[in-house]
Ligand binder design. Structure first.
Ligand code: NAG
Ligand code: NAG
Ligand code: NAG
Ligand code: NAG
Ligand code: NAG
Ligand code: NAG
Length: 499
């Protein structure tokens, strides 16, 4: 009560000041807001800090130089023609797009008017309608997907008996696959975005990795292709014995990976964004197992996750018999390590690197909130007890809610989880955020695993202004899609406190 008159007087004086200095104030006010707007645009911060606290970069940019892969004993591929690929053993295929604008509405052979069967002695044009393509293809908006373009040679595990590591990339990143495969010890489903002239480069790299990489790559990795339908290859051969692929020179393992380390001209000249969520969804949906880890190609898993995880799930199933199981996913903490050090394989190694200051939580200098799960410092202190190094348990069960609405965990889940919105591009950033929001609205439980993690290929990420500028137009686009999506989701599921 005492303060009120004083307050009034103050307001009055303020008004006087306003009247006198109104014009100056107006100018300052407008200027301030313009600067603020510019600042916001530069920083790409949108209105609500709660839902959009920071941006995320998923697969950091320059393709790291890779040492010549160790040439392992080149193995012979098992006799090729698998029953699912009846045509693969007969001849190579070339398909041409006679009509560049021809959209067509046929989902089995999109964009393909003519299929040529090529053979060293004759070339014959046949109707695609009369010919079983050796692959299943799919149209996803403007993209064509070639499913299982090169299937794994090894036996496919049963649905419940493994976990599939699902990942994606452009050809510049494929050299990470052998490391992923070696650590994973289970099936991998990899989709490769390769429009136009990128396609032969990508295929050549895949062939190189299959022939010259560790046996794991040809045994356990299944490759899918994704490209704009309008940039379909003029020639797509059925992958058979490498020697039979007329379009490709024989792979020379001792020459290494370097000669294949080219830059994509088509993507830069046509300013094509990377449709990361198309690739992500494709890799995930084509997994052969119930459990899937949809991850990024530069994130290396710690070792022995698959058997340990299956044991964990079996233990949970015993405990929860007869109960209704809430929606849940199993998340893995993510780290970055300095480029001088090898990526840790066990939690012990990892914790030591963190203690020495050589490893940090993922994106600590780019977006700390993105990997800031509750009690994460405690997670680092929790080392497996002696004799329990081989056990995976749940560190804690949490929600992705306020104040952790920027948390972008990567998790083991199933194909029942919502898909990623395919209009969001990698360049536009925040490409997983709307899916995370959806999980929040669906009230998912997040089980943080205690003895498993992901670590980014060595090298710590910082923000680059050149990169930011190049990506700005795509960020505007993603942002618009993102806001629309969130609104749609709120309508669909109803609002939920904390999301
Ligand atoms: C190529 O065509 C010739 C003649 O039709 C046939 O005899 C031969 O087996 C074919 N080669 C392959 C690799 O299909
Ligand atoms: C799509 O299919 C319908 C029925 O098969 C056909 O009449 C129509 O011409 C097709 N459209 C295009 C663009 O091929
Ligand atoms: C695609 O073409 C085949 C062969 O003509 C036809 O049977 C099928 O209905 C077509 N599919 C669509 C979606 O138009
Ligand atoms: C389809 O293939 C069969 C057997 O090769 C041939 O007899 C027939 O004429 C073909 N039909 C068309 C439409 O090409
Ligand atoms: C390939 O995957 C299977 C499970 O599907 C696993 O048992 C095997 O160890 C893997 N092979 C390699 C070389 O990692
Ligand atoms: C393979 O590459 C090595 C190293 O570059 C080279 O010396 C060798 O001649 C190549 N072999 C063939 C068959 O091209």
């Amino acid at each position: 009560m005492q303060g009120l008159p004083c307050f009034r007087r103050q307001r009055f004086q303020d008004r006087m000041w306003l009247r006198n200095e109104g014009r100056l104030f107006g100018v300052v006010f407008v200027l301030f807001n313009v600067l603020l707007a510019v600042f916001n645009v530069l920083n790409y911060r949108v209105a609500s800090r709660a839902t959009v606290p920071c941006v995320v970069i998923v697969a950091p940019t320059p393709a790291p130089q890779v040492d010549t892969p160790v040439p392992t004993s080149p193995h012979r591929r098992a006799a090729v023609s698998s029953p699912t690929h009846p045509a693969a053993s007969t001849a190579s295929l070339a398909w041409t797009d006679t009509d560049a604008t021809g959209e067509g509405n046929n989902t089995t052979t999109p964009h393909t008017q003519i299929v040529k069967i090529r053979n060293s002695t004759r070339e014959e044009t046949i109707s695609p309608l009369n010919y079983t393509l050796p692959w299943e293809t799919e149209q996803r908006d403007k993209y064509t997907v070639i499913k299982r373009y090169i299937p794994a040679d090894g036996p496919s595990p049963a649905y419940e008996e493994s976990v599939t590591l699902c990942t994606q990339g452009t050809f510049e990143f494929l050299q990470h696959v052998p490391e992923l495969c070696d650590r994973w010890e289970g099936p991998l489903s990899v989709s490769v975005y390769a429009p136009g002239t990128d396609l032969p480069v990508a295929v050549r790299k895949i062939l190189f990795l299959r022939k010259c990489g560790p046996p794991c790559v040809h045994l356990n990795v299944t490759w899918h292709l994704v490209y704009e339908t309008s940039l379909a290859p003029t020639l797509l051969e059925a992958p058979m014995e490498i020697a039979d692929m007329a379009a490709y020179e024989p792979v020379n393992c001792s020459a290494g990976f370097k000669p294949l380390q080219l830059v994509s001209e088509i993507r830069s000249s046509k300013k094509l964004p990377y449709p990361i969520n198309v690739a992500r969804n494709v890799a995930r949906q084509l997994a052969v197992t119930r459990y899937v880890l949809a991850s990024d190609i530069e994130l290396y898993p710690s070792i022995h996750i698959v058997p340990r995880f299956l044991q964990l799930v079996a233990r949970l199933a015993l405990k929860e018999a007869g109960k209704v199981i809430p929606r849940r996913v199993f998340t893995l903490p993510i780290f970055e390590i300095k480029k001088e050090f090898p990526a840790p394989k066990t939690k012990e190694e990892l914790v030591k690197r963190v203690k020495d200051g050589h490893a940090i939580f993922f994106h600590k200098w780019v977006c700390d909130a993105c990997q800031n799960f509750p009690r994460r410092d405690q997670w680092l202190k929790n080392l497996p007890e002696k004799g329990k190094e081989d056990v995976l348990s749940v560190f804690q069960i949490t929600k992705r809610q306020m104040p952790r609405t920027a948390w972008e965990p990567i998790y083991i889940g199933t194909n029942e989880e919502p898909l990623y919105d395919e209009r969001l591009t990698w360049e536009g950033k925040r490409d997983k955020m709307s899916q995370m929001f959806e999980l929040c609205l669906l009230d998912y439980d997040f089980y943080v695993l205690d003895n498993a993690f992901l670590v980014h290929a060595p090298g710590i990420k910082t923000l680059s202004s050149v990169d930011q500028r190049r990506r700005a137009p795509f960020m505007y686009k993603n942002n618009a899609v993102h806001n629309k999506l969130l609104a749609q989701m709120r309508k669909k599921y109803g609002p939920r406190k904390g999301c």
